[in-house]
Design a protein. Structure first.
Length: 276
């Protein structure tokens, strides 16, 4: 859609050009920005002209630029030991979007929109990623992605803050991941998306789409079914919108959580058995 209030589109090449004036907002892939009215928007600042490399590697971290498109992430050849990598494909397919949208939509844009069904948020939270935020005053801060998304369309970002990248620890990439998703119709938006990661470091369960913000449950080992039930029983903020009622979301998320727990229990038993 035409954004009729927009008067300027800036194309920064350095961080110094990035500072956002009142009424300006970052433009990434534009797939959400141009999909609905933006009444207060008077200017766009195109992040893609900053030339951030899609990914960078260090000994212990994979850094994914906020401007990396979902398509580019899917094309990345994982290291042989990255057992978690199938989760990238699954989360990309969890979006109610075709490959045409994948070619423009960015990882950072999906997180920044802050929708419950933000599958890149689910991916990054499951992989224990940290967001690198360039703050409006020229500084930088790091915040776990699990704490960056605070609620529906609400992020822990100040005015003028921009997400620069996501740092994914390599140790998370070598863990095993699991995934379950459901929607009310075959091509509907996710009603519940439950992901998990497990290794000898423990078991992490992440619920998105069914909750206004990511629900993250961490355990030192694969929990018993009773322990998992007790942890889920302590949570009472299930999302309510046309994509599912809170009761239904709680029920399917609980079932998926148990399925993933069972998968992890069998997996870790067989690892322990193999090592014995
Ligand atoms: C067909 C279709 C299906 C979709 N399905 C889903 C779905 O199933 N689940 C879901 O969650 N979403 C869905 N979306 C919306 C989706 O979140 C976005 O389209 C996409 O992920 C946004 O990425 P983008 O790069 O295009 O962001 P843009 O549209 O460019 O920007 C989105 C917002 O984030 C801000 N922003 C972008 N990058 C940054 C940054 N680095 N730092 C700070 N702010 C930033 C922008 O200012 C803007 O407010 C769908 C969209 C379409 C068109």
């Amino acid at each position: 859609m035409d954004l009729v209030t927009v008067r300027t589109v800036r194309m920064p090449s350095h961080r110094a050009d990035l500072s956002l004036a009142a009424g300006e907002r970052p433009l990434a892939g534009g797939t959400w920005l141009f999909s609905e009215e933006q009444p207060d928007l008077t200017g766009l600042v195109d992040l893609t002209t900053l030339g951030w490399p899609d990914v960078e590697y260090s000994d212990d971290t994979l850094t994914i630029a906020a401007t990396c498109t979902i398509a580019s992430l899917l094309r990345l050849a994982p290291d042989p030991g990255w057992r978690a990598w199938p989760l990238v494909d699954r989360c990309a397919n969890a979006l109610l979007a075709s490959f045409k949208v994948w070619n423009s939509a960015t990882v950072g844009g999906n997180v920044a929109v802050g929708l419950p069904a933000g599958a890149m948020t689910a991916l990054l939270v499951t992989l224990d990623a940290t967001a690198v935020v360039w703050t409006a005053d020229g500084g930088e801060r790091r915040v776990p992605v699990s704490e960056l998304v605070l609620g529906v369309r609400t992020l822990d970002l100040g005015d003028g803050d921009v997400i620069r990248a996501f740092e994914v620890p390599r140790r998370a990439l070598t863990a095993t991941t699991g995934y379950r998703r459901v929607s009310l119709s075959p091509h509907g938006r996710s009603g519940a998306l439950v992901t998990a990661r497990w290794s000898t470091d423990g078991f992490v369960l992440v619920v998105t789409a069914a909750t206004p913000r990511p629900l993250v449950l961490r355990f030192g080992t694969v929990p018993s079914a009773e322990t998992l039930d007790a942890a889920l029983a302590g949570y009472d903020d299930w999302y309510d919108d046309p994509h599912g009622s809170p009761d239904w979301r709680r029920a399917v998320s609980t079932r998926f959580a148990h399925e993933l727990r069972d998968e992890a229990a069998i997996d870790t038993d067989s690892v322990a058995g193999g090592a014995a």
